[in-house]
Structures are given as C-alpha cells and as structure tokens.
Design a protein. Structure first.
Length: 239
C-alpha cells in the first residue's frame, strides 16, 4: 500500500494504545509499519518472508527498539498469541487462510484489506448469492465492520480489483463452537442450493433425514442454525 491516506486510516482504525503489542503480517517495505509506530505501540512485530524486503525493513527500523523483524512465512505463525492488534495488506490468495487463522488466534482487534468481492462474502446475509461457509464463520466468530473501499491505485503493483478495509474484533464464543464451524461448514455448504438431506445422504444415508433442517437449503440457514447442524454432525459421524 502506498496511499498516505489509507495508511493513516488503517493505523488509526487499530486504535493503538501504549500497552499494545502489534503485529503486521507482510510488512513489505514498511510503509504501514511507519504509520503504526507513530501511534506509539509498546512493541511492533513485522513479519515478512521476502529477503529483499527484510533487508529494507532492517535498514529502515534498526534504530527503533520497539521493532522486532521476523523473517517468516505468514502461514507458519498461526495461531497468533500474545498480540493485541493485527494489521495486514495480505496477498489475496491468503484471504481464506487468514480468516480461519484469526478464528484460531487470540487478539483484540485486526485491521486488514481484502479483495472487495471476498469482503462481500464475509459480510453476506442468509439467502443472498454471496452467503456461504465463510459468511457463517465470520458472523459467529467476529464483529466485522467495512470501513471503506480502497481503490486499486492505492497499491503497487496495482491489483486488478478494488479492495475493502475491514475492522475485525473477536466475539466471545466457545472454542468448541469455533472448531465445529471450521470442521463442518464446508461440508454443509458443499452444494449450497441443494437440501441438507441431499448433501448429507452420500455419507449418512438414511440418517440424513434426521438432520436438523434437513429439507432446507444451506444458503437459507441462519449462522446459528448452521452451527446447530455442525453440532449434530459431530454427534452422528464416526470419530
């Protein structure tokens, strides 16, 4: 991200306090990192796997004792623990991975840019075309707020589509519910416009008739109802 405006918005939306330990995933050249440091966090951890970017980050922030630079692939550091705030402008191909990673992590607030169409899926309501497994997981596990649409010219290289800036805060739900959602949501939505009975019958046979909401289609189920189906599957499927 190169836009001074959106770098400032991202940093402001994190609402950093002097006690916060902040992690930035995919720090790149450090443009967002510099803005985060202006908000005076207790510590800022910069994660980056590109050796050239690591070199530039070390040159830029070596004199700041608050900064720790971690040369690592984002995929290897989840679940996150010990961080208060999370910031990222991730590659779009990591979007689903990041959402599931955040479900498994402990944090207070995250500010992340995603492809606009992906954000539409996260925020989709039951019965709408974009509603699916990630919509359910996001609705039950997070409070999400779309701050703004960020134009493609705000990035180098510019992506082919616009992005959306999201503020994400975790909901207080049981860890067991998170595990059930991650484990079964994809199965439940595997053929989202067929009835649950037809979706589940290849693996449950006649038992599929006994599933909660067996005659309804997944994309019409409320998130809480999807969780109910996931809980039932956990009980009836062989361990």
């Amino acid at each position: 991200m190169i836009s001074k405006k959106w770098l400032n918005v991202m940093a402001d939306q994190l609402e950093i306090t002097p006690d916060d330990i902040v992690i930035e995933l995919g720090a790149g050249t450090g443009n967002l990192s510099a803005e985060l440091l202006k908000r005076r966090p207790k510590k800022l951890v910069l994660v980056e796997k590109d050796p050239e970017m690591i070199h530039r980050l070390r040159e830029r922030f070596s004199d700041d004792s608050r900064v720790e630079i971690l040369e690592e692939d984002i995929k290897r550091i989840f679940p996150l623990q010990g961080y208060d705030k999370i910031a990222s402008n991730p590659p779009y191909l990591l979007s689903s991975f990041l959402i599931i990673g955040l479900v498994k992590s402990e944090f207070k607030r995250a500010v992340i840019t995603f492809q606009k169409e992906f954000t539409d899926r996260l925020l989709a309501e039951p019965g709408t075309p974009n509603y699916g497994s990630l919509s359910v997981i996001s609705s039950l596990c997070f409070k999400m707020r779309k701050v703004a649409i960020v134009g493609r010219s705000s990035f180098i290289p510019p992506p082919k589509v616009d992005s959306a800036l999201l503020v994400i805060e975790p909901r207080d739900i049981p860890h067991s519910h998170k595990e059930l959602l991650i484990k079964y949501s994809k199965l439940i939505f595997s053929r989202r416009k067929r009835t649950l009975r037809k979706i589940l019958s290849p693996i449950l046979h006649d038992m599929a008739d006994k599933a909660p909401y067996s005659n309804r289609r997944p994309y019409h189920l409320r998130p809480e109802e999807v969780l109910e189906v996931a809980s039932w599957l956990e009980e009836v499927l062989p361990k």
